[in-house]
Design a protein around this ligand. Sequence first.
Ligand SMILES: NC(=O)C1=CN([C@@H]2O[C@H](COP(=O)(O)OP(=O)(O)OC[C@H]3O[C@@H](n4cnc5c(N)ncnc54)[C@H](OP(=O)(O)O)[C@@H]3O)[C@@H](O)[C@H]2O)C=CC1
Ligand SMILES: CCc1nc(N)nc(N)c1C#CCc1cc(OC)cc(-c2ccc3c(c2)OCO3)c1
Length: 197
Amino acid sequence: KPVSIIVAALLPSFGIGSKGTLPWKLRKEMKYFRNVTSKVSDPTKINAVVMGRKTWESIPEKFRPLPNRYNVIITRQDLTKLEKEVGVSYENEINDALIKLQKLDHIEKIFIIGGAEIYNSSIITQLVNNLLITEIKHSKNVEVEMDTYLNKEYILNNFEKRTKDELQSFIGDMDLGETETIVEGDFEYQYEFYTRK
Ligand SMILES: NC(=O)C1=CN([C@@H]2O[C@H](COP(=O)(O)OP(=O)(O)OC[C@H]3O[C@@H](n4cnc5c(N)ncnc54)[C@H](OP(=O)(O)O)[C@@H]3O)[C@@H](O)[C@H]2O)C=CC1
Ligand SMILES: CCc1nc(N)nc(N)c1C#CCc1cc(OC)cc(-c2ccc3c(c2)OCO3)c1
């Protein structure tokens, strides 16, 4: 089963967050995230989304757990003492979570959906082979405040960008829109696909 990181990052710094939330509000990008993480080719299966506890808490309550996906939260808290939310499973170790998900027959794809701690500790394991990075540029030279970043050096040294056709075949028949670049507000972005060198 493929394990993919899916993330939206501002170039060139690969910044991804600010003060516990996203530094931007990009409607079409949110739709892409929902469609890519929800789409299955086998209708009897479901995809898993794996996230850190802080990212879970940053999702508005009315929108969590993310629907039509198996939500997994990674935390160091004592699971026996945690009052658990309905429809969510909890793990103390990322690797254990990924290995358990590999064994579940009804899981089709596994997506790591954030945040920085979870991205940067999972990417250095051989368990992650695909990166779905929405590469964002701000069209004007506005300053975007950020405090969390992807490990840019590790990505560029260990992964390489694939073609749009390869992205299309990975995500299945989903309309990516004609133009490469999408413009929303002060931002312009492209959907990119990287695999391990
Ligand atoms: N641009 C994008 O695409 C995305 C951006 N983000 C942004 O990322 C930021 C959040 O990232 P970050 O602050 O790094 O937080 P995370 O979402 O990565 O969550 C961190 C928490 O996860 C748990 N955790 C982390 N590593 C481990 C481990 N190895 N074992 C067990 N538990 C672990 C801990 O939970 P505990 O404290 O409970 O023990 C830790 O406090 C926000 O700004 C958010 O908006 C998030 C998703 C996507
Ligand atoms: C949607 C942003 C995104 N894009 C990409 N390409 N990859 C990702 N991993 C993510 C993400 C994420 C987690 C997240 C963080 C968040 O911080 C505030 C909010 C949401 C979120 C998830 C679903 C929502 C919603 C917000 O509002 C409407 O429904 C979801």
